[in-house]
Design a protein around this ligand. Structure first.
Ligand code: KDG
Ligand code: MG
Length: 393
């Protein structure tokens, strides 16, 4: 089959997500010469307009190519796009098209992606909750919502307890963060995993101080304790902290990933299929992590197509730790966008056996929700924050 048409869609609705970044989806629809349709998803955040136009440009490198030559198509674009490894927009556009091609190959062969990759290692994928702490500020807020997460059957949850602190955190900020983490630990008990999100925003000295304060609450990992590209900061943090490091959501290639693995800077790798290079590269990255005895917890923070394809790959790799999940905190329209959805039961998701990404996109809702790509306003609370958690500082 040939790639005949590649169409980007920006989806949003009145019902917003738990954060600005979570209130939009960028969907890629690939139509073949045989009339088959495959779907992928790209990263929105503050880049809706540039990603939309990147998809239009990257598509020129894929039109007319054989759908089934997925890896070759990726490398053909890599050859064309001089800056792919330096351009997040190009990386996410390429990733979204790659996911749609895997969806198409699965549909053509009547097989889910997990079968194309050698079969399920697990029938259910364990997940952790994110997005659950919107508008939480006091320790009591966090404890109350954490209890609700456990009531839904989750056995692991992630949250960012640091409010508007950035780069440097003082004693007041440390104490506030500790009170929130303590309240969550006391609310959920000793056997539920708590994961501390730093959103890659502290210098190493502050991140080390945070680790010393939070260690007694036994977090499963410290996510992005320092800035993504701060290799010296990661080296220093690993020398002085006892917490496991999770990172990887901003990686855009296999080679970039090797740097963190080779130096032992990461304990749990969190590649994101919608920017690391789709299924094609995420699979390689997971195998590379396996060689370094590093577990994988795919970053999965955007929409229901990313969620579906991440579940497919998470079901296949032996070194999966957990899959991030916003499903129960999606705006309803994201769940409605895919038929036969992927509900979370008792902290895990049953792996779909439908062809390709395993779920069907509801074309009517796709058409209803599509909107023009616009430049987002920049406000005090950045797009990457779970909404309402920077109040009252
Ligand atoms: O889900 C996570 O781990 C995040 O860090 C969410 C980020 O804020 C989001 O991906 C920013 O685009
Ligand atoms: Mg994160």
């Amino acid at each position: 089959m040939k790639i005949q048409e590649i169409t980007p869609f920006v989806l949003s609705s009145k019902e917003r997500g738990s954060a600005t970044w979570a209130s939009t989806m960028i969907v890629v629809k690939v139509t073949t010469s045989d009339g088959m349709i495959g779907y992928g998803e790209a990263v929105p955040t503050l880049r809706v307009k540039p990603v939309f136009s990147a998809i239009q440009q990257v598509s020129k490198g894929y039109l007319g190519k054989e759908v089934e030559r997925v890896e070759r198509n990726y490398h053909e674009w890599y050859k064309q796009d001089f800056y792919l490894s330096r351009s997040f927009e190009s990386a996410t556009a390429t990733s979204a098209i790659d996911i749609a091609l895997w969806d198409l190959v699965g549909k053509e062969l009547g097989a889910p992606i997990h079968r194309l990759l050698g079969g399920k290692f697990r029938d259910h994928v364990p997940v952790y909750a994110n997005g659950w702490y919107k508008d939480c500020v006091t320790p009591e807020d966090f404890a109350r919502e954490a209890k609700n997460v456990v009531k839904r059957g989750y056995r692991a949850m992630k949250f960012d307890p640091f409010g508007p602190y950035y780069d440097w955190i003082d004693e007041h900020g440390l104490r506030q963060a500790e009170e929130r983490v303590k309240a969550v630990r006391e609310a959920v008990g000793e056997e539920v995993e708590i994961l501390i999100e730093h959103h890659g925003r502290f210098n190493a000295n502050s991140a080390i101080e945070i680790a010393k304060r939070l260690e007694k609450y036994r977090p499963l990992f410290a996510e992005e304790p320092v800035h993504h590209e701060d290799l010296e900061g990661y080296r220093k943090y690993k020398r002085h902290s006892n917490l496991r490091v999770a990172m990887g959501e901003r990686l855009v290639s296999l080679k970039e990933t090797l740097v963190y693995l080779r130096e032992g800077l990461v304990d749990i790798l969190q590649p994101d299929l919608t920017n690391i290079g789709g299924v094609t590269v995420a699979r390689k990255v997971a195998s590379l992590a396996e060689a370094f005895d590093v577990e994988v917890a795919f970053h999965n923070a955007f929409g229901s197509i990313q969620n579906a394809v991440s579940i497919q790959l998470a079901s296949v790799i032996p070194n999966l730790l957990l899959l991030e999940n916003f499903y129960d905190w999606f705006p309803q329209w994201k769940r409605d966008l895919v038929n036969n959805g992927t509900p979370v039961e008792m902290g895990r998701v049953k792996v779909p056996d439908g062809p390709g990404i395993g779920v069907e996109v509801n074309e009517r809702i796709l058409e209803e929700l599509k909107t023009d790509p616009v430049a987002l306003e920049v406000v005090e609370e950045p797009v990457w924050v779970v909404g309402g958690t920077w109040k009252n500082y």
